[in-house]
Design a binder for this molecule. Structure first.
Ligand SMILES: *Cc1c(COP(=O)(O)O)cnc(C)c1O
Length: 339
């Protein structure tokens, strides 16, 4: 049995998804003639009430393209210090967009309008121009934490006042939406752009869609080509994305339930001193500081449970489509014996 809890990216396509892929109608997407890719882009745009979408190979690519399109060299982007765009995209903010980063320390990765307001630069030659605010929902490094929509609205108002764009790294936005029952089109109203991932909890083998106005997506398409991201018969992959949006959103709730159960199971281990609140499909726990996370991950791995070190004393578990109740019970048995 594969007790894979390192990431929700490990899921493999089901036979039904594969069938949707190999029967897809395709064309050349650089010529904008791949009808399945166009259908995916329109579908994702419609869900959030946007004019247009752009299918890309990864969430890193959609985030980086968005940052490039919203800024000019030497502007700055304001984001939380735990942000994926800052921590896990290879320093791309600096190298792709020549933009500097103003970090904030939010609550489990969630920043407030007040915090942002305090760091917006005045119009003065000393400062970079604050041009973009980027939020993440749910926050990966915050343990799958969910933004309060009222705070998002306040941030949007602030951005409008200061002529700043607002981007959302929504790699796991659907995980938030199934919990809060908020309307995706409300998110479309507040953000100038959103990137969603198809390859996380939704179970596609790859892919992300960037959403925005027609004009924004036209510019994004140009940046994607320049990065080498123009692709041809991408409809085979887009078909997996369409299948994921049609079938795999509501079931994210089950991942959240299993994540909560895993938290209870792991909390019983003597080495574990703290577990972050489990809001969605991510569990982050802290070891007593005499234990090092990489060693403990190795120990769990030997027992058959794959997890990720997440800092010196923290470990992350992520539930997903290929981790069901049978896997959960197997974990429970293994952990019981380790107590
Ligand atoms: C996974 C992830 C991304 C995109 O990562 P890719 O591996 O490039 O698809 C972006 N933001 C967050 C919060 C993520 O978890």
């Amino acid at each position: 049995m594969n007790l894979e809890l390192r990431s929700d990216t490990f899921t493999k396509p089901t036979l039904e998804m594969l069938e949707a892929m190999f029967t897809a109608k395709v064309g050349d997407d650089v010529f904008e003639e791949d009808e399945t890719t166009i259908a995916l882009e329109n579908k994702a745009a419609t869900i959030f009430g946007y004019e247009a979408g752009l299918f890309c190979m990864s969430g890193t690519m959609t985030n980086q393209i968005a940052i490039k399109c919203h800024t000019q060299p030497s502007d700055e982007v304001i984001c939380d210090a735990l942000s994926h765009i800052y921590l896990y995209e290879g320093g791309g903010i600096a190298s792709n967009s020549l933009v500097s980063t103003q970090l904030l320390n939010g609550d489990r990765g969630r920043i407030t309008a007040t915090q942002i307001e305090d760091v917006i630069k005045q119009d003065n030659v000393h400062y970079p121009i604050s041009k973009l605010v980027s939020l993440e929902n749910t926050v990966n490094k915050g343990g799958g934490s969910i933004y309060d929509f009222n705070e998002i609205k306040k941030i949007k108002t602030l951005c409008a006042t200061h002529k700043m764009a607002l981007h959302l790294d929504g790699a796991r936005l659907f995980n938030a939406l199934v919990e809060t029952h908020e309307n995706p089109t409300d998110f479309g109203q507040e953000f100038d752009s959103i990137s969603i991932c198809l390859s996380k909890g939704l179970g596609s083998p790859m892919g992300s869609v960037l959403l925005g106005t027609k004009e924004f997506i036209k510019q994004a398409r140009r940046v994607r080509k320049r990065l080498g991201g123009g692709w041809r018969q991408s409809g085979y992959l887009a078909a997996a994305g369409i299948f994921a949006l049609d079938h795999n959103i509501n079931r994210l709730k089950e991942d959240h339930r299993r994540a909560k159960e895993l938290a209870t199971i792991f909390a019983a281990l003597p080495e574990v001193i703290n577990i972050l609140p489990v809001d969605t499909n991510i569990v982050i726990f802290e070891l007593d500081h005499q234990y090092i996370s990489t060693d403990f991950v190795t120990k769990l791995n030997k027992k058959g449970i794959k997890t990720s070190p997440f800092g010196k004393h923290h470990i992350r578990l992520v539930t997903h489509l290929d981790f069901g109740d049978i896997e959960l019970e197997a974990c429970r048995e293994i952990i019981e014996k380790m107590k």
